[in-house]
Design a protein around this ligand. Structure first.
Ligand code: S3P
Length: 173
């Protein structure tokens, strides 16, 4: 059974975009996204889950998703929500790849996106830049500790990143 590739990292770093590019480069893979899975499982938007059930309930849904992925999925590239790295069984899901960038770069990437307002609106933990920066500072070392592979994603285009990562995975498998 071929292992999954799990992309972790802060909100807005480009996990979903890289997942889609990896699938374009390697047709034996398919892409999943943990936030999308949670939204379809609950039939509720992430923003609403945070507003009505709260963050703790959302983290429990992430843990449930992690268990399901570990038990049922292989050969997928899985983009994750920025806090998914905290699930207990992350290593059972696949090779964990941290997309590393500094906060300022991430902020610029979000603000430069054509649909920046919409992208920010759907992220309850990125409503305030100061608080998002504090969250980033509390997490970046943790991401690195959990990861099997760390990829510096700043100033590289998606295609370049996908090729670099697929090369690293061949070596590590
Ligand atoms: C979160 C990141 C979000 C989403 C939720 C919580 C986080 O996903 O899972 O709003 O804790 O960092 P993205 O990283 O795709 O924005």
């Amino acid at each position: 059974m071929r292992k999954n590739i799990l992309l972790i990292g802060f909100m807005g770093v480009g996990k979903g975009a890289l997942a889609r590019e990896l699938v374009r480069c390697d047709s034996s893979l398919y892409a999943l996204d943990t936030d999308d899975m949670i939204e379809s499982m609950t039939n509720t938007r992430i923003k609403k889950i945070f507003a009505t059930a709260g963050e703790e309930a959302f983290r429990a849904l992430e843990q449930k998703t992690a268990q399901w992925l570990a038990d049922n999925v292989s050969s997928a590239v899985i983009s994750t929500g920025g806090g998914f790295y905290k699930v207990k069984n992350i290593k059972d899901i696949g090779t964990v790849v941290y997309l590393k960038a500094d906060f300022q770069w991430i902020l610029q990437r979000i603000l430069n996106a054509p649909n920046a307002k919409k992208k920010l609106k759907k992220r309850p933990l990125f409503q305030d830049v100061k608080r998002a920066r504090t969250l980033f500072n509390s997490r970046y070392e943790e991401y690195e500790k959990v990861a099997d592979i760390v990829m510096d994603v700043m100033h590289k285009d998606r295609e370049e990143l996908a090729k670099e990562l697929l090369g690293k995975l061949v070596v590590s498998r």
